[in-house]
Each structure stands twice: as C-alpha cells, then as structure tokens.
Design a protein around this ligand. Structure first.
Ligand code: CP
Length: 308
C-alpha cells in the first residue's frame, strides 16, 4: 500500500498533481451539493493521539464528502489507557479491514512505524516534530491560489521553527518548488540541523520580512519545550509577534498565514489575523478539506506515484 507519510518522498510533479485535483475539490466544496462517490464502500478510520480541531474535522468532512464510511476513534476512551501499545491498537483496527488510516501522534516516526504494520493506506496527520504533510499541501494550495504561482516566491516562516512539524513540511515543499525560504525567530527556537535546509535565517523580524511575498506565522509550542527555554509571552510578542508595523516591511501585497491554532497577542496581533485584506487564515482552513479529499482520492485509487 502507498501512504502519505511526509512531503520528503514527493517530487514537484506529485505535488502539482495533488494540488490540481485539490483545486477542483475546492470548487466542488463551494457548490450546494458537495457529495461524490469516489470513496464509496471504503472505510476511513481517524486515530488522533494528540489534540486537533482543524485536521481531524477536515479529514472527517473530506471522507464523508467522498462517500467513505468514516469512524473517529476516541483515543481518550480507548484501551490505550489500559496499557495497549500503539502497534497493538493499530493491528486491532487493521483486523477490521479499514482502507484509509489517518493518524496523529506526539512522537516523531510513530506514524511511519504504524504504516509498516497495517494493510491499508496511512495518512500522517502530524507526528511529533517530524512532518505534517497535508498542512504543507494546504498551505501550498492557498499560496498558489492567492499568488497565481508556487515558484520563485519569497516566503518567511516565523517563530518556533524548532518544534514545528508544520515548518519542516513547508520548508521541504517550498524548497522542492524552487521558492526562497527565510526562517525568522530567536536562535533558541531554530532547529540545530538548519544548514541542511538551504534557507536564510534571521533573528530580526523587520530585516527578515523585507520584501517577502508570504508571511507564515507559527505558534509557540510550549507542550514540546520539555525543560528547555520558554520565552515570556510579552517579550516574545514585542520582538517576534506580527503586527501591522512589522508587516509593512514585507511587500505591500504580502499575505499573512497561520496554520492554527493561533495565540492572539503572542505570535500575531488579533486585528491583523482578522484583516481579510491580508490574512488568508480562513482560506487555509477551507483548502484543508480540499487537499485531504485529493490526498485520500489519489491514495485510494493508487495514483500517488511517489508516496511511500
Ligand atoms: N493546523 C493544525 O494542524 O491544526 P489542529 O492541530 O487543530 O489540527
């Protein structure tokens, strides 16, 4: 079975194929009748071992719009609480013959491990600090629709890069599509293997944002800062929080993105987040459903050539 475990194995042509199909689904999703039978007869199981609003809801809606039978496992109420392991839990569900397994897990690599054990397509809905491929794809679709292209753009990813699977998947995807990626944030929140990424790094927001086309903000992921340095929210907002003044250093038509959940007044000014002339945060959520429909469609029909 083919899986969608990360952006890493995909080539530019795979990304374009998926985004083209997702674009069609985005049009369908604005119609009164959004239903298709593409996944009719198939069973989709969503297993979220970590909290989610957007990813879980959009995977459920995406599956239902394509006619799949969708089950959300309530992991808090599952036998994981009685000591059953991730793999035993997955094998138990596997014996019920699902066709699509959507998995979020706090440990990097847990979804890859699970994918090796089951007989169905696995979609990574976010694993630790590793990857969140459908997030990067929905961000890419949003950028492509707003900017008319997905290459030769200057894109700033700002904030807590070190703990962010969203940043990692986006850096990989945007690099494959030949964009210029800048990372902006405190050195304490930059990943140690930064040199591998082929990106420019800035500590100063105004300098880093100069003339960029896209500004992508990230949440301070305190739940992953086990024992490490946690900046004060006031100081962080002052230096790295995006507001209208800092944004004025970007191009005048630069768009503002945030994967959510956002913390208003920590990494982004609430008024700017709501400014529909600059912020595309709601479009990102909308594209999330379309991208997940496209990903499940391609996997179910085995048409995602370079997915692992
Ligand atoms: N962007 C994102 O993954 O949001 P959730 O954690 O709410 O799914």
């Amino acid at each position: 079975h083919r899986h969608l475990l990360g952006i890493e194995p995909l080539g530019p042509a795979d990304i374009t194929t998926l985004l083209d199909l997702a674009d069609d689904y985005a049009t369908l999703n604005r119609q009164p009748n959004k239903h298709r039978d593409t996944l009719a007869g198939l069973t989709q199981v969503n297993m979220f071992f970590e909290n989610s609003t957007r990813t879980q809801a959009s995977f459920e809606i995406a599956g239902k719009r394509l006619g799949a039978d969708v089950m959300n496992m309530a992991m808090q109420a599952s036998s994981i609480k009685k000591g059953e392991t991730l793999i035993d839990t997955a094998m138990t569900l596997n014996a019920m013959h699902p066709d699509l397994l959507v998995v979020r897990h706090p440990q990097s690599g847990a979804v890859d491990l699970l994918a090796q054990k089951v007989n169905c397509a696995v979609l990574n809905a976010g694993d630790g600090r590793h990857e969140h491929p459908t997030q990067a794809l929905l961000d890419a679709l949003t950028i492509r629709r707003k900017k008319g292209r997905l290459h030769r753009l200057s894109i700033a990813i700002c904030g807590d890069i070190a703990h962010s699977r969203v940043a990692r998947s986006n850096i990989i995807l945007l690099g494959k599509m030949e964009n210029r990626v800048r990372l902006i944030g405190p050195p304490t929140l930059m990943p140690s293997q930064i040199a591998e990424f082929g990106v420019e790094v800035f500590d100063d927001m105004r300098e880093g944002l100069r003339e960029v086309d896209v500004v992508m903000m990230l949440r301070l992921q305190k739940e992953r800062m086990d024992g490490g340095f946690i900046p004060s929210e006031r100081e962080y907002y002052h230096r790295y929080g995006l507001d209208a003044e800092k944004l004025s250093h970007a191009k005048s038509d630069a768009i503002v993105m945030h994967p959510g959940p956002m913390n208003r007044g920590v990494e982004i000014d609430g008024t700017l987040a709501d400014d529909i002339n600059r912020s595309v945060i709601q479009e990102q959520v909308e594209m999330g459903v379309a991208v997940r429909m496209a990903a499940m469609d391609l996997l179910a029909r085995n048409r995602m050539p370079h997915a692992v």
